[in-house]
Write a protein that binds this ligand. Structure first.
Ligand code: F6P
Length: 318
């Protein structure tokens, strides 16, 4: 089942789970539209051949949803009834912390075996250095910023570019460094508006004709990206400022090779853990090794960003 915001690599993970099941002679069903499909009894039998030609496809062919009904005890009861009716005795949940939170509650109520695979572009899950789709989203974001830089430099403009990530700054920080942004605003480190003005002023004085400021959607300056642009225009009128919100394009596209390999590894591990009678775990990658973390810990723990990158970014924008 895939649930929550889709991410590139989810199809590759479904393929991996289905093929691992076929390898171990385990019957496998797909659930459409996440928890909502479970409630609506929307299942599809999957075999090794059902998942051909999808490793390179973005999105999720099982579709995804954020089910409000599953948040109610009645919804979860219906879901449980349908799982029993379809002879399903374990679940592999591919999604982010919302998906895992639903899984933990469900497991507590019905003691239903489940394993999570972290799939979100935000990379905000504890217990893995990379979530599925994050690497692809980073590359998509860098490519988009590169293109904006072309037009920014042609017009000597300053661009504020908002990137996704919910409350985390992984995409902003890494794409910002990768695309050579002058400033990067992330939720984890509020450097203040004064500092932003000083830095832009310094850039101008030292002869920079165009600039890129990457803003994480969850940044803590207290201003959204449009208000930030206005604020800078008011305080530094010599700048010609534009705003670009990259939005959902960051969630689409063919998964990178890294995400395909990660999905393949995590899917196999998820099935093997279930066959080993393990439950309530999330599979992830740490130091390039596939590991498992208690699902509740994965939700509660905090995946820290690498603040050293902020320092590197500062030095790079000299
Ligand atoms: O969690 C993935 C994500 O794309 C976030 O980066 C973003 O804040 C959110 O989902 C957008 O959600 P929706 O697709 O519901 O607008």
């Amino acid at each position: 089942m895939t649930s929550g915001g889709d991410s590139p690599g989810m199809n590759a993970a479904i393929r991996s789970v289905v093929r691992a099941c076929a390898y171990y002679s385990v019957e496998c069903l797909g659930v459409y539209r996440g928890y909502q499909g479970m409630i609506d009894n929307d299942f599809i039998p999957l075999n090794a051949r059902s998942v051909k030609g999808i490793i390179n496809k973005g999105g999720t062919f099982l579709k995804s949803a954020r089910s409000m009904e599953f948040m109610t005890p009645e919804g979860r009861k219906k879901a449980y009834g349908n799982l029993v009716e379809n002879n399903i005795d374990a679940l592999v949940l591919i999604g982010g912390d919302g998906t895992f939170t639903g899984g933990v509650v469900f497991n507590k109520e019905y003691n239903f075996p489940l394993i999570g695979i972290p799939g979100t572009i935000d990379n905000d899950i504890f217990g893995t250095s990379h979530t599925l789709g994050y690497d692809t989203a980073l590359n998509t974001t860098v490519e988009a910023i590169d293109k904006i830089r072309d037009t920014a430099s042609s017009h000597n403009r300053l661009f504020f570019i908002e990137v996704m990530g919910r409350d985390a700054g992984f995409i902003a920080l890494n794409a910002g460094v990768g695309a050579g942004a002058e400033e990067i605003l992330i939720p984890e480190e509020d450097l203040g508006l004064e500092r932003l003005l000083e830095s832009l002023e310094r850039s101008r004085r030292t002869g920079k004709s165009s600039s890129i400021v990457v803003v994480a959607e969850g940044d803590k300056t207290g201003k959204n990206v449009f208000e930030l642009a206005e604020y800078v225009e008011e305080n530094l009128p010599e700048y010609d400022v534009r705003v670009s919100v990259l939005g959902h394009m960051q969630r689409g596209g063919s998964p990178s090779c890294f995400d395909r390999v990660l999905a393949s590894r995590l899917g196999v591990k998820a099935v093997e853990l279930l066959l080993d009678n393990k439950t309530n775990l999330m599979v992830g990658l740490i130091n390039n090794k596939v590991v498992s973390t208690d699902l509740e810990e994965a939700i509660k723990g905090s995946h820290e960003i690498n603040k050293e990158l902020l320092r590197v970014s500062d030095i790079m924008s000299t």
